[in-house]
Ligand binder design. Sequence first.
Ligand SMILES: [Fe+2]
Length: 380
Amino acid sequence: MPSTTPTVQPLTPPAGSKINFGATVTGINIENLSDDDFNLIRSALYTHQVLIFKSQSHVSPLAQYALTQRFDPLAQGSYGHGASVPSTKKSILHPDLKTIPHQPQVQVIGNGFVPSYEGLQNIQLRHPHHKTFHATSIPQEDDLNYTRFYRWHIDAALYGLAPPVVTTLLAVKVPSGHRQTVRYDDGTDQTLDVPLGTTAFISSYQTFENLSPKDQEFVRTTRVEYAPHPYIWMSGAKSRPDGLGMVSQNLEIPFSELPDIDPFKIQILPMVWKNPLTNKLGLMIHPSAVRKLHLKDGTVIDDLAEAREIVHRLQRPGISPEWVYAHDWEEGDLVLFHNRGVLHSVVGAFAEDEVRLFRQCNVAASGFPKGSGEEVPVVA
Ligand SMILES: [Fe+2]
């Protein structure tokens, strides 16, 4: 690859958008990163949260892993959900992930049948459809043109393993597609025009800034307790139509029916996570895995429906159309995102025979995200 000067170009928001994050990076050889290159990427990532590298089809799973791991050199190098989760059949994550045998931190995700890829043979991929996860769904006759945010989330096990610092996504195969309209269907008539199969991102810093001073004080001093084995626990329940957390119908798997629960693995994390470069605070809550809230004065909100309502009220303004970046995937796009600074969601639906193949990588972190420094420590 010819040597060129690395450049970081912030995204230009499309008409009607107010997004103030995301950038395109050029002039970097990901297969052979110098320390200077990496320092530039690191600084750009914590400034812009989502970095797009075009024309990276040649990048190997090993180089993808190396870039991802370099953000957290002390991490043990296991996949962000651990080695066992994708094979745990009850987990809601199980159908969505295939592990590359020679690089187990890298997962293949997508849609359709793939005869052979990186040591995987005859794999059937399935792009998740909101009708399998949401309490309500878009009528079949509208399903081609309209869609939903599937599930807003952080890539994180939220039980035992610490949330990965970054995630990388490489688009290996992308079917050419039409556009779709996301419907929020949450009592508002909000919609967002998106490319088919987009990945949607929002900035946690913007979500925090949008809050009133009173709510900012609340989120700075409140901690979120996540359910044990959250992806199994929530597997009986259904999502809100905006993909931002669950509806409360007492359909979660009872703790007595979950795998053994180790109380030391239960996570109580700050509601706001501090950016390691800018020190900005972002509202970082994985809404569908919330179990309880721990307030500054020691009060614990353990009514699940109440905790969810509070979290939804705080997070919902942040996913309004003007704050969402919907990436228009092209083959060879490598997207590196700050998994502790953005929330993201799968969007859209593919036909059975539309083949889409992505590689995803993240690693469970060596430590937990920092809060504002003002929160009251809570012991599990
Ligand atoms: Fe994800």
